[in-house]
Design a protein around this ligand. Structure first.
Ligand code: HEM
Length: 335
């Protein structure tokens, strides 16, 4: 089975068109056991093509602003400044998954959608949360992720069967589950839950340590389009909808920390923890207005998964090598 048929099995026929136009020509082979940050960005470009001025992945997005209001319960697990009593201004970017800036919002490659948040603290420091609308990741490590991307890029419509992707997915059932999971088009960027996927180490004022993963749950509830509604939707419907929505009323999310139980895989973001885990409410994200020039704003913004404040540290071994790829994509898109 090719990637296209995997996505078709998940009712996303538009993927074929998107991938055919996305530049399989950059396909390459892995150059060493450990993926370097530059290789990760090259591998993303090999799947989606190079689009100067845009992110290597999550290329299409929209920038808005608002505030974050911490909950009193946050202090139980962390002393981090943005999660204490006072509200903090935030800049957020919603995005579509693929590294294709012209991708229609109703294309299957738009999912998982992204939500990136920058907390702007009064002392001029900032910290970021970057989440997507799927509770999991196709790969346990950055090197596995690089190998998946390389296999994807080598498995276009003309590739001999079995393709490199067939071989990869045969050995990595978690990647197959990620690719084939149903990801229906959302009604709105504000009607999707988002998951931080990686693990962070939280420390409170007493020095107690908790390992947890972020979840952002929409106050408006989770709502998807039917396949017929998605097919009839405008290619920019998500962009248009969120801008209109926040004029009426802020788009709201509860930020939660899902706490690891003993025995949960802290170091493997490809394995979601059970829903039965304790959730601690960290606060409310209130997105109240779009910025005046979203394209200019998104070009300047760089969100970093490991931009953290005291009280929160990297909790799994993917976070730092993942984060090293982001400034490389930023340097490509700003040169
Ligand atoms: C091996 C792991 C990963 C690699 C190598 C990687 C790489 C990248 C790169 C290169 C960018 C573009 C950065 C820029 O130009 O500013 C990006 C953006 C993004 N990634 Fe990842 N990523 C990884 C894992 C994840 C995970 C686990 C999530 C979800 C939890 C995620 C969600 C996003 C989102 C939402 C954006 C867009 C951020 C924005 O709006 O600027 N990524 N990623």
């Amino acid at each position: 089975m090719t990637l296209i048929s995997y996505f078709q099995a998940a009712s996303v026929p538009a993927l074929a068109l998107a991938l055919m136009g996305s530049g399989f020509a950059y396909a390459q082979t892995p150059s060493g056991p450990e993926a370097t940050p530059a290789e990760l960005v090259d591998a993303l470009n090999s799947v989606f093509g190079k689009h100067p001025g845009y992110r290597a992945v999550h290329a299409k997005g929209v920038v808005l602003e608002g505030k974050f209001i911490p909950s009193p319960t946050a202090a139980a697990i962390t002393k981090a400044a943005h999660l204490q009593a006072t509200s903090v201004p935030v800049t957020v970017r919603f995005s579509n998954f693929a590294g294709i800036p012209t991708l229609a919002d109703n294309n299957g490659l738009a999912s998982p959608h992204g939500l990136a948040i920058k907390f702007d603290l009064p002392d001029g420091t900032h910290t970021d949360i970057i989440a997507h609308s799927f509770n999991g990741f196709p790969s346990a490590t950055v090197t596995d992720f690089r190998d998946l991307l390389v296999a994807l890029a080598a498995s276009g419509p003309d590739a001999a069967k079995p393709t490199a992707l067939d071989a990869y997915l045969g050995k990595h059932p978690v990647a197959k589950a990620f690719l084939t999971a149903a990801k229906p088009a959302p009604e709105s960027y504000a009607t999707l839950p988002y998951y931080g996927v990686n693990t962070f180490k939280f420390t409170n004022a007493k020095g107690d340590v908790t390992y947890a993963r972020y979840q952002l749950i929409p106050t408006a509830g989770s709502h998807s389009l039917t396949d017929a509604q998605a097919a009839a939707a405008d290619g920019n419907y998500l962009y248009q909808e969120i801008i209109k929505r926040v004029i009426q009323k802020p788009a709201e999310f509860k930020l939660l920390a899902q706490i690891a139980n003993d025995g949960d895989k802290i170091d493997d973001p490809s394995v979601a923890w059970p829903d039965s885990r304790t959730l601690v409410e960290l606060g409310t994200l209130e997105i109240s207005h779009a910025v005046s020039d979203s394209n200019a704003a998104q070009a300047k913004l760089l969100f970093m998964p490991n931009a953290l404040l005291p009280g929160i540290e990297v909790g799994d071994s993917m976070l730092n090598p993942r984060s090293a790829a982001y400034p490389i994509s930023y340097s490509h898109r700003t040169r």
